[in-house]
Structures are given as C-alpha cells and as structure tokens.
Write a protein that binds this ligand. Sequence first.
Ligand code: UDX
Length: 445
Amino acid sequence: MTISVIGTGYLGAVHAVCMADLGHTVIAVDVDEAKIEALSAGRTPLYEPGLDEMLQEQLATGRLTFTTDLAAVEPADVHFICVGTPQASGENRADLTYVYAAADALGPHLRPESLVVGKSTVPVATAERLRRRIAKAGGRKKSEVRLVWNPEFLREGFAIEDTVAPDRFVYGVAEPGSPESDADVALLDRVYARPLSTGTPRLVTDYPTAELVKVAANAFLATKISFINAMSEVCEAAGGDVLALAEAIGHDDRIGHKFLGAGVGFGGGCLPKDIRAFMARAGELGADQALTFLREVDAINLRRRARMVDLAREACGGTFKGRRVGVLGAAFKPNSDDIRDSPALDVAEMIKAAGAQVRVHDPRALHVARVQRPGPEYVDTIAEALEGAHVVLHLTEWQDYRDLDPASLASTVEAPVIIDGRNKLDPARWRAAGWTYRALGRPQV
Ligand code: UDX
C-alpha cells in the first residue's frame, strides 16, 4: 500500500520507518526542512535504539521518502497524522495548532477513497472536529471524509517494538458496525496485516472511546508511579522500605510489579503533559471532579523532585553555598536522549539556583541538554561529574551507572555520599566501598 505520514517527530519518524519495514511505500512529510534533510540522509533527530539502522535499510529500498511538500502525499491510500500536541504555554490544555494545520493542509490533497488515520494524542472530541476541518479544506461533506482514530502507545527506547508488535490496536471509527466504518477497519487491517497475523488484539470503538483509551492508559501509568511514590513518602516518615513494600504488593497479580519503581518520578514528553491535558479537557466537559485525583498524582510526582533537593542539601551540611554536586543522568529515562520534563534536570537546576556548583553527566542526552537547558555545567565523563563532589545524585538509571565501581570512585569525591533517586544501585556494594548511601523511601543505615 502507499502510505503518508504527516509529522516526523518521535512518533512520526518511528511510524514512517516501521510502515516501510512492513512493506509499504511511505511518503513522510514535515514542515521542518532540517529534520527532513537529516531523515533523507539516514539520520533520525532522536536516539532510539535500532532506528537509524532501520531507517537506512528502508531508504535503500527506495520505498521510503521524506519531503516538505505536502502535495506529495496525494497518491497515498492511507494518511497517518502524527504531529505533536504539546502542552499549551502557561496552560494545562493541549495545543492543537499542529493537528489543525495538518488537517487543513491535507484536505485539498485527499482522494475520496483514501483513509485518514489520527495517531496524535488529542483531547476527546478532536477526531470529529478534524473530520469537519478536513472536509471543509477539501470542499466536501464531513460524511465524505473517511477517518479512523488509532492511538499509539509507544514507549521511548522500545518504540520500534511497540509499533510493529504492539500489545493491542485500537480503531476509533465514525459509526461502529456501519458498512462505511467496516470498510475503514478493513483498510487499516491491510496496513497492519503483519502484526495482526500474529494474533495482536484489535478493538473497534467509537471516536471518543479511542481518544480516551490513550489518555486513560497514560493516566493509569502515572497514577501507579505516584502511588508508589506516595508510599515512599510514608515509608520515609515511618522508617519503612518502599522497595520491599513494592516487591510484596506486586506479587498480587491484580497489582503486578511493573511501574512500581519508586524514585524521583515520571517525566518525558507524554505522561506529565497528558495528565494535565486530560484534566483540562474533563473540566471543559463538566467532568472535572472525576479527575481531581490526577492533580494529586502530579503534585506527588513534583514533590519527589523537591525531596531530592532537600536530601542533597542535608548531605551538604544544610547549605549548597560553596558545595559541589555531581549529577548522574539528564535524560528523563535511560536509553533515551529526551530531556523533556526531566526530573534529573529539574533537580539539577533547583540545586544550582540554591548556590551549588552542579556538574551533570549523561551518556546520550548532553548534546540536547546543552542547547535546551543551558543552566547546569554538562560534562562528558562520569569522573568530571564526581570530581570534588560533596554529594553525588543518581537521577537517571543508565546501565553505565549501575556498572560503576564505587571503590575506585570514593577517592575522587570530596565526600563519598550518594543519593539514589532511582533505587537502582546496590546499597551493599556502595556501603562496602565506604560510601554513605541514601535513597528515596528507604531507611537510613
Ligand atoms: C509513556 C507510556 O509508557 C507510553 O505507553 C506512551 O505512549 C507515552 O508515554 P515514555 O514517556 O516513553 O512512555 O516513558 P515510560 O517508560 O512510560 O516512563 C515514563 C516516566 O516514568 C520516566 O520518567 C520513568 O523514569 C518513570 N517511571 C517509570 C518511574 O518513575 N517508575 C516506574 O516504575 C516506571
């Protein structure tokens, strides 16, 4: 099939490459010329394991092309809308400028038999609105625009796997059960024929449900993390151990162990903005009470960052003035160079603002951090981050940091104190090497 992908950010770039890998001819479009140039040359503007190699392979087949010319999408049987929906500046709601611009630009180039598939994370009721906009831009009736809402659930670091072998597909259609919608489902099934052939569940719903599935899933994940971080706060007050607690409750199948990792909390381009946008939309719908708990989820999450700063200050003897703090990690999670809403960088910036000299290391994200968050000092080696430090903070759980030899590092710091903000280092090893090891939600020895 011939497919277009509109928007080549994280979602779109991965989707375009993966659709080509499924055997389709793919025309990917973006307004950002630099991005299109890089992608055409075989370079993705993000770090995603395996993606550059897969991009180069697919470019070599000749079936994958990148362009800034939206008119080039005209031959496509299916158009995927993959543009970003960032948090609106100074507000909780999502900014839909790019989604609307994509719809307006696509309208005049949409053939009557082609299908539009929305993948961007949007507030409920956007699909219906887009259908109207595309129709208007193309000079036709809304009922003549074929549109399916097909949310993605991809995790950075596992984006390829999550695209070609997802846990489930969700198709939101105009009128479930109608012959028109059945035809749309059949067409999208052809796009995903390979993953569907392995028995991947596929659910067909109406538009609002499909739109809500995405934000509900992210809200649930965020809530699970904030739940364990709330337990972490109580453990700190009561002298309990949140790791043992999580291990014990996770053995209950109904709870499970995943997303019970206590620490400095969640960041990234999705969970924080999606729960805020979800609250904002519920408010517009008059259902704000249903989601007030998400305000608490957000607050618990941000409190963990403040708690990390307090622990660091305590370790520095009550003041950051004249102290050096070494920070391990800048990305919002390991195996990513994404620093959006990164807990690690928030902590680093707060400590710097309080007067300390802060040195931040990260194996992958420094090139982005130096440009986008130029506050702290960024260093290329772990040794530089640790040199002369009064306290070391472990804030992103890269394998590189787990592999460190605490014994050889103790002599390079001013004081061998480490605070594990991710609960992923081995306390026994660090303590045996002479370090004072502290962690969020765990008893102090
Ligand atoms: C998330 C969703 O998982 C994905 O389904 C959705 O499509 C996009 O948002 P992503 O942002 O890539 O994906 O990251 P994820 O792996 O979910 O982690 C989010 C944040 O939560 C990270 O900062 C991570 O460090 C943190 N986290 C995760 C915890 O603090 N504890 C955990 O137990 C798990």
